[in-house]
Design a protein around this ligand. Sequence first.
Ligand code: SAM
Length: 449
Amino acid sequence: MVLKLPPALIQSLEGIKGFDKEAFVAVHEKAEAITSIRYNPSKLSTVNYQLSTEHVPWSNNGYYLPERPSFTLDPLFHAGTYYVQEASSMFLEEAMRQTLDVSKPLRVLDLCAAPGGKSTLLQSIISSDSLLVSNEVIQSRASVLRENIIKWGSANVVVTNNDPKDFQQLQGFFDVIVADAPCSGSGLFRRDEEAIAEWSEHNVQLCSQRQQRILVDVLPALKEDGILIYSTCSFSIDEDEKIINWLINDCQLSTINCQLKEEWGIVESNGGYRFWPDKIKGEGFFIACFKKNDGMEFSYPRMRAFNKATKQETAVLSRYLDNPQQFEFLPLTDNLFAVPVELVQDVTLLKSLLRIRYAGIEMGTINKHELIPEHALALSVHINKTLPSAQLNKEQALQYLRKQDNLQLELNGMKGWCLMQYEGVNLGWAKLLPNRINNYYPKEWRILK
Ligand code: SAM
C-alpha cells in the first residue's frame, strides 16, 4: 500500500525543524503498522505479561508489540489491564514528570479526553489523592470515555461532558490542564487513510482557530503558576509552533523545556517537541508545556452538601471495598458512589457546575440490605479482594464477555453475586442461582464478534 500524501502538506512542512522530505515520504510509503500498548500498573501485579519486551523509551509502562493481535478476543483487554495507545502520545508521561511534582496532590483537567488514552495514562502517574477531571464535549464520545475510565479502575476521577467554556466557572481551580486538541490529523495518516482525503489547508486553518478558541475558553480555570500541556497529532505549523507563539504573545504564558535524550529522536522546535515518524518509532505528534504567569486564586463557593449514605448502607457497601474508611458513599445518581474522602468537596462542587457522567466508584443500589453491585465496582482496583470469585478459562471468559447465559462453571456450592475472573483479574459479575448462572456483563459493552 502506497500512501499518497497531499502535495500542499509536504510543501507547508518545508523549513520546519527536523523535516526531511525524502525520509518523511519514504516512511509513509512504507506504511508500516506500529502497535503499542500501555499496561495498567494497578492491575499488572496479578497477571503474567509476556506480550512484549521492547519498551517505549519515554513511558514506564509502554511497550511495542511485534504484531497487532486481536485485542477484542483478549479478555485481559476488556479487564482494563492495558490500553492500546500510540507510542508518541505516551510522551505526555515524560512531560508531566518533568514539569510537575507528580507525588503531590494535583487537580488535573484532561479537556479533550475521549476515548481516554491520555486520561488513563494520567491516572497511572498522578498520586491517589490527586483529582483527574476527564472531559469530552461530544456526548457519544463521552460514553466511550466513561467506559475506558471504568475499565482502568481508579477512583480519583470524574468524567464530565462539557464545553471548554463551562470550565470558566472554576477560575484558578486546576494545577494542570492537558489540551490534546482536535486537529487536522496529518500525524495519523499511516493509520487512517481516510484522513488523507479529508485533509486540506482550509481545514488546517479551521483547526487552528478552533484550538485557539478552546484554549482561550479554558485558560481561566488554570491557576497562577499552573501548567498547560498542549498537544496535537498534526504536522502543520499553524496548529503547533504558531499556537505556541500565540499562547506566549496573546495569553502571556511561557514555555517550559523538557530534557530529551538524543537517542529518542524527538526534535525540539520553537519550545515544543516534534515526533517525526521517520525519526522515532511512532506516529506524528506535537507537544508543548507552558506555565501560566497570572490567574485568579480559587475559592470554594457556598455549596449544598450531598445526603450521605445511612449507617446501614455504609455497613453494606464497606464490605465490598479493600479500604472502605478511605471513601464516603454518596448518591450521585439513583446509585451510590464511593468517593475518596479527600475529594468529596471537589466532587460536590463539580456536580453543582458540570454535566457529570461518572465519579469515583459506582457501587450500585441497596435493596433489602443487599447490594445490587454495578459493573464498575467489579473493575475497580479498590474492590475487596476476598469476595467470592470464579476462575474462567479463555473460552469461558469470551462467552461471559459476549454476555452468553449458558456458562458452565464449577461452582463448589457458591451462590449469589460472584466475580468472574480471568487470570486472576475481574471481568464483571454473575449471579449464581441454584439452577443457572445469570450473566451481568453490560449489554452495551459485550463483544459482538
Ligand atoms: N486525548 C484523547 C486520547 O488520548 O485518547 C484524544 C483526543 S482527540 C485528539 C480530540 C478530542 O477533542 C476528541 O474527542 C473530540 O471529540 C474533542 N473535541 C472536538 N471538538 C472540541 C471542542 N470544540 N472543544 C473541546 N473538545 C473538542
